[in-house]
Design a binder for this molecule. Structure first.
Ligand code: OGA
Ligand code: NI
Length: 370
């Protein structure tokens, strides 16, 4: 694919936004006002949160990749094999020994909690504006009819620094900006190392063809309030695959909620203390021409406890393009289109969060459902 164009210094504007929705934390705090009509917008029918996995499948545990070992010349081979199996068979894995200092993670967790616990009026100073995803609000709401997620979100462009918009960077808690900055840089390094190892595993000699999809980073902070009225009939986050390169998710509360699609059912990925959860995004599926597949996942909510998480989404800078890498297509036919990063982002932001819909749109044979 041709990625020759130089990336513009600033990110383009008006790539797409979301319809405004009620603030869920506020709704949850006023249960008396939660009328059946309001709750009805969140209640799911057939995709209510049953946890079921095909017999035998649920016994296998999500793989654990030790990044320190992966980078160690003595033990790298073994860790690379674990990573390969994790990418080919699971699309999801825990990353341990990742090198992001504990104190950086802990400070960030505190500041995330601190932000979401600010009074609503204060958080609304950072609210989303029409036409773009950044800020406090919710993404992927494209119609008044669609079912809503029982969560609030806060998106922030963090890398490269020239993509940042200071007006969305909270001034309270006072350490928020510093915590975010430190965590963001550390986690971008983790994403880059993982992509470099994936390039090696895939036999792509120029690792930059994969590491460039960690050149830019957007954080999505998720706040899932408890839902005593209907925790088993709402979803915190609709089933989706991540329309990015590589995601590193921090489960910032001890409460479980993340589930991945596996064996025809849903399997819980409980927080592993100190670990990050990595998942292969749609862009890796495209670049690898389907050798690695992005996996659908969702978040459920708890009846009594809040849950916080933060996804660090890594992608390419604007100015480039996404398409299958020649060396991975080989003699076969490309299975996905090549589109500019800008077009791709516009498509993502004008779509619902719904299964692997973005990849369906990227497939060259649009009739294929595999
Ligand atoms: C996401 C995501 C899962 C979670 O933000 O894309 O999948 O557990 N989050 O919050
Ligand atoms: Ni996700």
């Amino acid at each position: 694919m041709d990625d020759g164009a130089a990336a513009p210094a600033a990110k383009p504007r008006n790539l797409g936004g979301s319809l405004p929705v009620p603030n869920v934390q506020d709704l949850a705090a006023r249960p008396g006002d939660l009328t059946p009509q309001i709750l009805g917008r969140y209640l799911r029918g057939a995709d209510a949160p049953a946890l079921s996995v095909a017999a035998g499948v649920g016994d296998a545990a999500v793989p654990v990749v030790d990044l320190g070992r992966l980078l160690d010349p003595e033990h790298g081979e073994e860790a690379a094999a674990t990573l390969r199996a994790a990418c080919e068979d699971w699309g999801f894995f825990h990353v341990v020994n990742h090198g992001v200092p504990d104190e950086v993670v802990e400070a960030l967790k505190e500041d995330l909690k601190g932000f979401f616990h600010l009074p609503l009026a204060e958080k609304l100073a950072y609210k989303q504006e029409p036409g773009w995803v950044e800020g406090y609000g919710q993404a992927f709401v494209v119609s008044d009819e669609q079912k809503l997620d029982w969560a609030d979100a806060f998106h922030l462009s963090t890398q490269p620094p020239e993509y940042r918009d200071p007006k969305f960077w909270p001034l309270r808690p006072p350490t928020f900006r510093e915590s975010m900055e430190r965590y963001s840089a550390a986690v971008q390094r983790v994403a880059t190392e993982l992509l470099r190892a994936m390039a090696r595993n895939l036999g792509v000699p120029d690792a930059e063809k994969l590491t460039r999809i960690a050149a830019s980073q957007i954080m999505r902070m998720n706040y899932y309030p408890p839902c005593p009225a209907a925790h088993d009939r709402v979803l915190g986050l609709s089933p989706h695959s991540d329309a990015v390169g590589l995601t590193l998710l921090l489960q910032a509360s001890p409460v479980a909620g993340l589930q991945i699609r596996r064996g025809g059912g849903w399997m819980a990925v409980a927080p592993l203390p100190g670990a990050l959860v990595a998942n292969v995004g749609d862009v890796v599926e495209v670049l690898s021409n389907g050798r690695y597949r992005s996996i659908e996942h969702r978040a459920v909510v708890n009846a009594r406890e809040e849950r916080l998480s933060m996804a660090a989404f890594h992608m390419a800078k604007f100015g480039g393009a996404y398409g299958p890498l020649e060396e991975l297509v080989g003699e076969a036919a490309p299975r996905y289109k090549t589109v500019s990063v800008e077009e791709y982002v516009k498509m993502v932001l004008s779509s619902k969060l719904e299964g692997k819909n973005i990849l369906d749109a990227m497939k060259i044979d649009a009739t294929s459902t595999t």
